[in-house]
Design a protein around this ligand. Structure first.
Ligand code: 3PG
Length: 241
């Protein structure tokens, strides 16, 4: 079975390290949010299909901030897969494992990581050729000890996980330390309220703190602060790991 993720995409996800989960109410906020994240060193987003503004937000970010790795989340049916693929997303994820969605993603050529919480869901996803999986809801489900235990029987398959759900600045370090974690994600960096309040500075600060932890653990891969601040001006200094 052909792989859903190219080597190049896999490496890009690993280098980015952090997906900022976005719930955008007003498409006018999409580009400033993406720029604020990039300014802080977070170069990947999971833009959720939870608001009417989501698809327009994706289009605007693709156009104006092409360096942002564009993952679309909350893809719940095959129709959405088609729309997301046509809009040029780099990859898609969902909270759960729906075989019809995985089939549609393969047909549309959209790299897709379904969400799994149990060994049974994991085996269903493995059978569909998935090797990159969203682990959701990561912390409430049992965190790292749970994922270590669940992944144990499948270690020889080299599965890679993107944990989401309950991650934050205080616990993200230990997730980065896990070899089977390709990247992490969460909504704490660009909280819905921060976006709605247009608090780009705070989003950049949170992104920068997360990117710093990432670089400390993973030794400077990706997460580089960009040559642009949240306001579009020149950065005060470079922060490289
Ligand atoms: C998701 O879409 O993956 C979750 O909403 C992320 O969970 P969090 O809000 O706890 O970060």
């Amino acid at each position: 079975m052909e792989r859903l993720f190219s080597e190049e995409l896999t490496e890009r996800i690993r280098a980015c390290g952090i997906f900022a989960v976005l719930v955008i109410e007003d498409a006018g906020d999409a580009v400033p949010t993406a720029r604020a994240l990039l300014a802080g060193g977070v170069a990947a987003m999971e833009l959720t299909l939870r608001t009417p503004a989501a698809m327009e937000s994706l289009a605007r970010i693709r156009e104006a901030v092409p360096e942002m790795l564009a993952c679309v989340g909350t893809i719940l049916n095959p129709k959405q897969v088609g729309e997301v693929a046509a809009a040029g997303a780099d990859l898609g994820v969902a909270p759960g494992f729906n075989p019809r969605v995985v089939d549609a993603a393969r047909k549309a050529g959209l790299p897709f990581a379904p969400g799994v919480t149990t060994a049974s869901e994991l085996e269903g996803a493995i059978e569909k050729g998935c090797r990159v999986l969203k682990f959701f809801p990561a912390e409430p489900a049992g965190g790292i000890p749970y994922l270590k235990s669940m992944n144990g029987p499948y270690g020889h398959l080299g599965l890679q996980y993107i944990p989401l759900g309950g991650l934050n600045e205080d616990n993200v370090r230990s997730w980065f330390e896990q070899p089977f974690v390709i990247a992490v994600g969460g909504s704490w960096i660009a909280r819905r309220e921060l976006v709605a309040a247009r608090n780009w500075e705070e989003i950049s600060r949170r992104a920068e703190r997360a990117a710093t932890i990432f670089r400390q653990v993973r030794g400077g891969q990706g997460g580089e602060r960009r040559e642009r601040t949240a306001n579009g001006g020149e950065p005060k200094g470079r922060h490289r790991g």
